[in-house]
Design a protein around this ligand. Structure first.
Ligand SMILES: Cc1cc2nc3c(=O)[nH]c(=O)nc-3n(C[C@H](O)[C@H](O)[C@H](O)COP(=O)(O)OP(=O)(O)OC[C@H]3O[C@@H](n4cnc5c(N)ncnc54)[C@H](O)[C@@H]3O)c2cc1C
Length: 464
């Protein structure tokens, strides 16, 4: 009787010099290795190539290509749509590429392609420095960066990609290249927003900013006052100093310290602040908003190290919850949109939330065609995140997210931040890149003509 070798067995025979681990369904660590952050995503790759260095990545890329297998790139495994894994294909798992080298004099940090932001923030924070990232420390540098990167420092320091100086990449051909302003500038342009479409980034070089202690934390109001607060916020934030970031949210107060017990599980509207600077200046910057809205239930803003702020949500959002989210870019929030927000603001589960992330200040210093990330004229990125630990609630959180998104979409700018989308089809991807799509498709043809890297928000290679 003849048996056909599985891809994992073939890989073990062929990739003899592989330094990392080749994990197949027959291995005892497979179940753990195949898990991604979003428990709604259940995929069974044929091979997980856990790479220890750039040569391993090259070998895994060539293997997937030669065997005609689908290929997914996994950085931190946080992607909502589960695009860091794939059924029956090869996952290039970068989680062993963890090197972080800070050069405080040159104000740069070189980061392995499999790092999470917590690892980077802790290392740079020791020098009172930071590069802009997101709001949760367990998110991967790889996916967040290549998709754009919106977070607490956006208004002061720009998007994450605005601070990306260079990337080392393994292309579909297996060739290793550096992409920066002078080497492969077209590729450098494309990876600043174009996601994992162009190759596997094995290391990133970021510019650092002086960000030591920040004045940060949440202010909460009753959910019923959400519309009133949002109307003040939409005018206030765009004219606030760049040092001040504040994303608007609908949420539930977590039932744990440091939140006062009487607020536990209360549905709220809120703003999560981050002022890059001292307490006095920060309080002064926030004051005009507080003067124009009702007395809050809680104003929990305080000085803290930037790296601590970055980990503040980690306890509420561990891996293994069910996630379903939709998103949009927003230029304005008219009264009609405020009314819709008020209608959906009572979130369906404790962890579900809606955020409006500011995209202005330094993010507007870069033009819409200077990087692949097109929506430089948007003022906010909205995300409707249905989250719960119980799979039985998956339909409810999914429906809330879709209904909320569909009701507000007519008031959006059209496209969405690719990092906060599910798999929503080609038209949604095109809408998110707008005028940059054709240039991205042409660059894709140069670097990945066969669309090997297609487990992502896919940009198809332009026709020859
Ligand atoms: C809890 C949570 C909070 C979040 N908060 C924010 C936030 O504040 N700001 C924000 O901007 N986004 C945020 N996101 C979205 C996040 O940016 C995306 O989910 C992103 O895809 C995660 O990157 P990852 O490396 O962890 O994902 P993975 O699932 O590992 O990868 C996702 C995709 O990224 C690409 N990719 C990953 N690594 C590489 C690499 N090294 N080289 C090339 N391509 C790569 C691949 O195409 C892959 O398909 C958040 C997500 C979650 C779940």
């Amino acid at each position: 009787m003849s048996t056909t070798a599985t891809p994992a067995q073939v890989a073990r025979d062929k990739l003899l010099g592989f330094h990392g681990q080749l994990i197949g369904p027959e291995d005892s660590n497979y179940e753990e290795a195949r898990k991604v952050y979003n428990a709604m995503i259940e995929r069974r790759p044929a091979l997980i190539a856990r790479c220890a260095n750039t040569e391993d990545v090259t070998a895994a890329v060539r293997f997937a290509r030669d065997q005609g297998l689908l290929l997914a790139i996994r950085g931190g495994g946080h992607n909502g749509g589960g695009l860091g894994t794939v059924d029956d294909g090869v996952v290039i798992d970068l989680s062993l590429l963890k090197d972080v080298q800070v050069d405080p004099d040159a104000r740069v940090v070189r980061v392995g392609g499999g790092c999470t932001w917590g690892e980077v923030d802790r290392a740079t924070g020791e020098h009172g420095l930071a590069t802009p990232s997101g709001i949760i420390s367990t998110t991967g540098v790889g996916g967040l960066t290549t998709g754009g990167g919106i977070g607490h420092l956006t208004r002061e320091c720009g998007l994450t990609i605005d601070n990306l100086l260079e990337a080392e990449m393994v292309l579909a051909s297996g060739e290793v290249v550096r992409a920066n302003a002078s080497e492969h500038p077209d590729l450098y342009w494309a990876i600043r927003g174009g996601g994992g479409n162009f190759g596997v980034v094995t290391s990133f070089l970021f510019r650092l900013h002086e960000v030591g202690t920040v004045f940060a934390g949440p202010t909460f109001w009753p959910v019923e006052q959400g519309a009133e607060v949002l109307k003040v916020y939409r005018e206030f934030l765009p004219s606030a100093p760049r040092e001040l970031n504040g994303f608007f949210a609908f949420a539930t107060v977590p039932p744990a310290p440091p939140f006062p017990e009487e607020l536990h599980l209360r549905k709220v509207s809120g703003i999560v602040w981050c002022y890059v600077g001292g307490e006095e200046a920060g309080a002064k910057a926030i004051a005009p908003l507080l003067d124009s809205v009702p007395e809050p239930l809680m104003h929990g803003v305080q000085p803290m190290p930037h790296a601590m702020l970055q980990g503040a949500f980690d306890g509420i959002y561990p891996p293994g919850d069910q996630w379903y989210w939709r998103a949009d870019f927003v230029k304005e929030i008219p009264d009609e949109a405020v009314e819709i927000h008020a209608r959906f603001g009572e979130v369906p589960t404790m962890k579900s939330t809606m955020h409006l992330y500011p995209i202005d200040g330094a993010a507007h210093d870069v033009g819409p065609s200077e990087t692949a990330w097109s929506y430089r004229d948007a003022h906010w990125g909205s995300v409707f995140a249905g989250v719960d630990s119980d799979p039985a609630n998956a339909p409810a959180i999914r429906n809330w997210s879709i209904d909320y998104h569909e009701a507000l979409h007519p008031y959006s700018a059209g496209g969405a931040y690719v990092n906060m989308m599910m798999e929503e089809g080609e038209e949604r991807v095109r809408a998110s890149y707008r005028d940059n799509y054709d240039r991205l498709a042409a660059i894709k043809r140069t670097y990945d003509p066969d669309n090997l890297f297609r487990v992502n928000q896919n940009i198809r290679p332009a026709a020859g």
